[in-house]
Design a protein around this ligand. Structure first.
Ligand code: PMT
Length: 416
């Protein structure tokens, strides 16, 4: 499994570094080509010469090695090493090294190389047991695991410096080798997604309000009227508007999405609460996007106690109409640009044009919520964007983020 594989062994500064020499020998014995990188701290415990002798390859220690006598060794080409390697093993992975890796730092050769290396990484921690159980170390480990690094569980047993027994010993070489075999058995790693091109700053310093998600209209303490909106469309608008330079307020109904960074979020439950939040922010807004699926009506008299079967639920639930938030903002007048949605299931694009006029909006995105890959809950959407001049622009199918970017780019052209 490991024969012919090219592995970079990163050695951190721990007394357990002497065991990584045995690991290097074991990898070579199994047919791996091994190149070693030692951190500055590792060299207090082991030497580059030791690993060069064990692996038959020169060990690297610094991006810019210091001058030795009259000669200055050439810098280590971390990009070439990244192209050469198929996997990385970090052993011992100290608390400091794990922290720098989790933080994406590039303050020495090993961490710089790790950022340039797109392949799989196995990290074998070794440290004092109190350091291993420290919340900051555990946070870094969780971060690295979420990033795809295979952080092994340290071994249990006698620790250095009279620490007694505990979790913190460098995992056995056999466990590290078997993790490496798993990594190769899993096949090539998925390529990292290409980053989207940066958004043009079309909304620089503009105040943008976005509504997102469903509203919930209580019937009693355990029941409500709602709809399947996930909030994805509205959150995509909030993030795209932020990336275009806008100051964004997101008024969100109950959704399972994390609040976007760099966006002010007001969480609401009912249509009346959403209305209050939007009407408070709209007067100073340059652009308002109504992506929320607001419940059109609500129970006239929600019960304060749980209704019994048959009580007011079957046939007799009386509803009252919720205010139309977008129409109320449309009636405010002013020069702000208002973008609405029309969630239709049977009606044509004409219905979006009717809503545009009835609500006083500048743009309305028609989406057919019966279509696969569009509307409620989907990651993607397909819309027809209608404007006041009768123009119709087809957008998508595309990610909700891409749809939001295109609609915001159109809305930006209408800003005074
Ligand atoms: O949240 P996702 O799962 O990503 O799904 C996205 C979506 C389908 C919810 C979204 O693309 C969408 O279509 N949002 C609008 C849903 C809707 O309520 O459409 P409508 O045709 O009923 O309303 C027309 C417009 O008036 C909408 O902009 C709506 O936000 C607004 N409105 C409606 C009722 C109301 N009381 N107040 C409003 O502001």
């Amino acid at each position: 499994m490991l024969r012919g594989r090219k592995v970079v062994l990163g050695v951190g500064g721990s007394v357990a570094a002497y065991k990584s020499a045995a690991l290097a020998r074991e990898l070579v014995r199994r047919g791996c080509a091994v190149r070693t990188m030692l951190t500055a701290a590792a060299q207090h415990f082991v030497t580059p010469a030791l690993f060069a002798a064990l692996t038959g390859e020169a060990a690297a220690t610094a991006l810019f090695p210091v001058r030795q006598g009259d000669a200055t060794p050439p810098p280590t080409d971390h990009v070439a090493w990244a192209a050469w390697a198929e996997a990385a093993v970090i052993a011992p992975a100290t608390a400091d090294l794990l922290g720098r890796m989790a933080g994406g730092l590039a303050d020495d050769l090993l961490t710089t190389w790790l950022l340039a290396f797109p392949g799989p990484v196995v990290a074998a921690p070794a440290m004092n047991r109190h350091m291993w159980s420290h919340p900051a170390v555990q946070r870094n480990v969780a971060r690295l695991r979420a990033d795809g690094v295979r952080v092994l569980q340290p071994g249990f047993g006698a620790l250095a410096a009279g620490e007694g027994e505990g979790w913190g010993r460098l995992p056995d070489a056999a466990d590290v080798v078997s993790a490496l075999e798993d990594v190769f058995a899993a096949g090539p790693p998925r390529p990292r997604p290409e980053l989207p091109p940066p958004c043009p700053p079309l909304l620089r310093e503009r105040a943008v309000v976005v509504t997102a998600g469903p509203t919930r209209e209580p019937i009693d303490p355990v029941r409500f009227i709602s709809n399947p909106s996930s909030g994805r469309m509205g959150y995509a608008f909030a993030e795209a508007a932020r990336d275009m330079g806008g100051r964004v307020l997101l008024v969100s109904g109950p959704v399972a999405l994390p609040p976007p960074a760099g966006v002010d979020v007001v969480s609401v439950t009912t249509a009346l609460q959403m209305r209050d939040a939007v009407l408070a922010a709209a007067p100073t807004a340059d652009l308002v996007v109504f992506a929320a699926a607001v419940a059109d009506s609500r129970p006239a008299e929600p019960s304060a106690t749980k209704l019994k079967k048959g009580q007011a639920l079957e046939g007799t639930l009386s509803l009252v109409r919720n205010p139309d938030i977008s129409a109320e903002v449309g009636a405010m007048g002013g020069r702000r640009v208002l973008v609405g949605f029309a969630a239709e299931a049977g009606a044509g694009v004409e219905e979006a044009e009717r809503k545009l006029r009835a609500k006083g909006l500048q743009l309305v995105a028609f989406n057919d919520v019966r279509e696969a890959g569009a509307g409620f809950g989907a990651e993607t959407n397909r819309v027809v964007l209608v404007d006041r001049d009768g123009g119709r622009e087809e957008i998508g199918p595309a990610s909700k983020r891409a749809v939001a970017e295109r609609i915001l780019a159109r809305a930006a052209t209408l800003l005074p």
